[in-house]
Unconditional design. Sequence first.
Length: 335
Amino acid sequence: MNRRKFIKNTSITGIGLALGNSVVSCAENNSDKPTVTTPIDNSKGSLPLVIATWHVKNATAKAMKVLQSGGNALDAVEQGCMVEEADIKNSSVGKGGLPDRDGNVTLDACIMDKDGNCGSVVFLKDITHAVSVARKVMEDTPHVMLAGEGAKQFAISQGFKEEDLLTEGSKKAWEDWKVKSEYKPIINIENHDTIGMLAIDKNGDIAGACTTSGLAYKMQGRVGDSPIIGSGLFIDNEIGGCVATGLGEEVVKTVGSFLVVELMRQGKTPQQACEEAISRIVNKPNSDYKNFQVGYIAVNKKGETGSYSIHQWFSMTKFQDGKNEQIQSDYFNKT
Ligand code: ASP
């Protein structure tokens, strides 16, 4: 089934279903607990751990290998994301990512470490490993964000290889899309997608990263949530972390990942926090949520995780306690 049919089916599935009250009841359960920082419980053997959006077992396996060989959470999320960036079968990230409506592949990525340092790149062309460029921005410049040609020139100056990211497969998909006259960019809602990753290393430190080619067939210059710290990703090493996937415009409007972390700070579990953040989107007046997808994954300092989306085809890959598994997310709008 192609992405367009998925979109259509999303709408059809939504019709006639009562709004599930799981999100509403979550909001009703809000407590006004003061900030709680829970100590790490290594006795459960729950650290290190890696979680990522969608079905990306190779990426989480790579990240876990980094953690097990003594790497920190930052190294793990960078190297985990790089696996998907290099995979030309993944058409929503790195090389092979679907282009904008004019045929340009433009990448967005960000990374954040345990100390609150962050770096991001937006509208990056011709460089596969956007996440690594974001890390260089964080570590080797006084800035947090570089865009467009400046980001590309910076990457080249750091030794990154310039290459054509538009593969034959993505070019063909774009050409087929162009035949249709209506301008309707397609959000990535399949089970193979933009990657957001969170890791906790054996010291209990948290880092996260996010990398994407964004909304397929977007207007040239469009930037989503993925490189925006607080929207596509947020880490607070005292509390936890969150990454988003789905229609970036909706995530940006609610500053989704920051919201999830702040809700955890107030005492919510990662699951409750993700549910509440989704409720902020679907409960907006005139929300068009039946026609788009947003999903969050989150982890707290204890190594508890959560994931939640608007529709049912969202999943998280989790590598913890020796198991690397794809976990179907709970979702809004179920019967
Ligand atoms: N959030 C990304 C964006 O809006 C796309 C995705 O996660 O599928 O650019």
